[in-house]
Design a binder for this molecule. Sequence first.
Ligand SMILES: [Zn+2]
Length: 160
Amino acid sequence: MTEFVLGSYRLEVDVEATRAWYGRYGNATGGCGCAYCRNYAAAVGVLPPEAAAFLEPLGLNLRRPGDIGEYGPRQGGRWYMPMWHIAGRLLEAGEGELPVAPGVTAGFATDMGPFLRNFPEPCFQCWLSMTLPWVLEEPADEAADDRDDEVKTLDRRTEP
Ligand SMILES: [Zn+2]
């Protein structure tokens, strides 16, 4: 276990177990093929390098989230909140968002789903908040007709 103090958050992380799970199961879209997840995979490279560097010591990869939340238009792009499960414990739940890079903030929680197949227990979650451009040829609004991302992700991660 490795202890991290990030702002007012204090974490105890099994970095190797976390990294091993994502190495085995993670991919750029969290197992979901919807337009929002494909756009995340295509656009996330525009973020400053600090975003990936924040996650890396925790055993997490910006391109391999456990789940991707998308919350509509913001600042000329789309508002995304990807999340990752982390093996270990949230020792102190801080308050507010941690600044990670210009336009990117982070936080930790213990109650964010979906819960992932074979993920080591105990675990908690890390989320990032960011605005990404829409880079797919297909329009975002059409993709909104088929919004069952969470169910798809949950299904793919929980079935054996
Ligand atoms: Zn999706």
